[in-house]
Each structure stands twice: as structure tokens, then as C-alpha cells.
Write a protein that binds this ligand. Structure first.
Ligand SMILES: O=C(O)CCC(=O)C(=O)O
Ligand SMILES: [Fe+2]
Length: 257
């Protein structure tokens, strides 16, 4: 999968340009900084974004140099996601299929990130501080360090472990779990010696089934523990997240009651 990302970004400008768009609803969105016109500063990163589920694209809708691996990798991540959502449901004291039945596990978007080497890495970030705009993220990275997670108010390096994936709780899981799970705030540093590549799979519904309402799960709220968030659709949440951009503030706080 990492080789597929390298193949895409290794192509000539002319080849890559065919996929360039600022229309975030296009099937494949290739650009630098989705929030270029709303964020206070730009990040040192280019990204290909594609909604891969619930309806898998046809290979010809994807860049030819990585279409097959994007489809195969998605199918594997969907299987993993199902197991993760079952474990997370049980951890909340719910029946194993609760989150799967809520359709948390079938909407999936893939983000292929490329962080070029940067002559002055101390002046910028690859990805500024944020929590992910989804239920859960499965992240694959190459061996180049850069990812950091905010833990007890300190930035901590997430070490590269060969063969391992990083799994992040996203804002929508924090919302439906009524704060039982807390989304992970993270960022990516850049460096001057080598480019970095990563693949983030976001479990969320994008443009498809985007009107489904999400609210704190009934079994997790009570008179003593009332809902902390109002109901929202993934479309409303993602629109808010995208218009705010990666400005370092929480997108979720907008939905808090
Ligand atoms: O490149 C990475 O390691 C993280 C990317 C990320 O945080 C994201 O896609 O939301
Ligand atoms: Fe992220």
C-alpha cells in the first residue's frame, strides 16, 4: 500500500494534475491543504482523498498506479474495522454488534498523504493539531518518524513499529459514546532529510448516507449522565470540520450541549 502511495506521488506533475480538484465532493480529491482558504497556516502536505465505502469505486475511477491496492487494502481494513467496532461495543457494555449495526463500520474514506522533505521543518507542520473527523481511524505509515499524540498536555512521538497500524478514536465515536471514549489529538512533524508517506482510513459516512443522525447512545445516558452532545449528521459534522480547517481547535465542542 505504501508503495502504491509512492507510485502516485512519484508520477509527473501532468499525470497527478488530472486528479487535482478543490471540490471536496469529487470521487477522488487530490490537493494540498483541503483547508487552504480557511486555516490560519498551510501544512506541508499533499493528499489524495477518496470515499471507498459503503460503495467501492470501480478501479477505473481511481489512479491506475494504485487502484488495485487501494481496493484490496480497503477490503482488509473493513474486516479489521468490524472486529475493532465489536471490541469497542463490548468495552462500552453493549452487544458486540451495536456499533456495526449503527453503520459505523461500512463508511470508509482513504487518505493518501505525502509529506515532502522540508528545508525549514521548524517553521511548519505536516499536519497541525487535530482529532479525526470520524468514528475510528486505521493509520499505516512508512518508517519516517513524524506522528505525535497529545498525552497529558505533552506531545509524545508515536514510534514506527514495522507491521503495526495506529488506531485513533475520532470525534464521532466520542460523541456517540457520550465521552466514554475520547478522540486522540495528534499532529505530524516534517523533516529536512526524507519525505514521509502515510495512509489514513477514516471510518465515517461522507457523502453517502450522510443524513443519518448520530447522538449519544441511549444505553450510555441516564438522568445522572445526560447526553453531552446534540444530534448531528455526518454531513453537518464534516462540513463544520472542513470549514473550520485544522486550526488547532476542537470540532466536537461545537456540538456540545
Ligand atoms: O500522516 C499521519 O501519520 C497522520 C495523518 C492524520 O492525522 C490524518 O489523516 O488525519
Ligand atoms: Fe488525523
Amino acid at each position: 500500500m505504501i508503495d502504491g502511495v509512492r507510485r502516485f506521488f512519484g508520477q509527473d506533475d501532468e499525470e497527478r494534475k488530472k486528479w487535482y480538484t478543490r471540490d471536496l465532493k469529487a470521487r477522488v480529491v487530490y490537493n494540498s491543504n483541503f483547508d487552504l482558504y480557511s486555516a490560519l497556516s498551510a501544512n506541508w502536505r499533499d493528499t489524495v482523498y477518496c470515499e471507498m465505502g459503503p460503495n467501492l469505486p470501480q478501479p477505473e475511477e481511481l489512479p491506475a498506479v494504485c487502484s488495485d491496492i487501494m481496493i484490496e487494502y480497503t477490503q482488509q481494513v473493513l474486516k479489521l474495522g468490524r472486529s475493532l467496532f465489536q471490541l469497542l461495543s463490548e468495552a462500552l457494555g453493549l452487544k458486540a454488534d451495536h456499533l456495526v449495526d449503527m453503520k459505523c463500520a461500512d463508511g470508509i474514506a482513504m487518505l493518501l498523504h505525502y509529506y515532502p522533505e522540508c528545508p525549514q521543518p521548524e517553521l511548519t507542520l505536516g499536519t497541525s493539531k487535530h482529532a479525526d473527523s470520524d468514528f475510528l481511524t486505521v493509520l499505516l505509515t512508512d518508517q519516517v518518524q513524524g506522528l505525535q499524540v497529545l498525552y497529558q498536555n505533552q506531545w509524545v512521538d508515536v514510534p514506527f513499529v514495522p507491521g503495526a497500524l495506529v488506531v485513533n478514536i475520532g470525534d464521532l465515536l466520542q460523541l456517540v459514546s457520550n465521552d466514554r471514549f475520547v478522540s486522540a489529538e495528534h499532529r505530524v512533524l516534517v523533516n529536512s532529510s526524507s519525505p514521509r508517506v502515510s495512509v489514513a482510513c477514516f471510518f465515517r459516512h461522507g457523502t453517502i448516507r450522510s443524513t443519518e443522525l448520530y447522538r449519544p447512545i441511549e444505553e450510555l445516558v441516564s438522568e445522572d449522565n445526560p447526553p453531552r452532545y446534540r444530534a448531528t449528521t455526518s454531513e453537518e459534522y464534516i462540513t463544520h470540520f472542513n470549514s473550520k480547517g485544522l486550526d488547532g481547535t476542537s470540532a466536537l465542542s461545537h456540538f456540545r450541549v
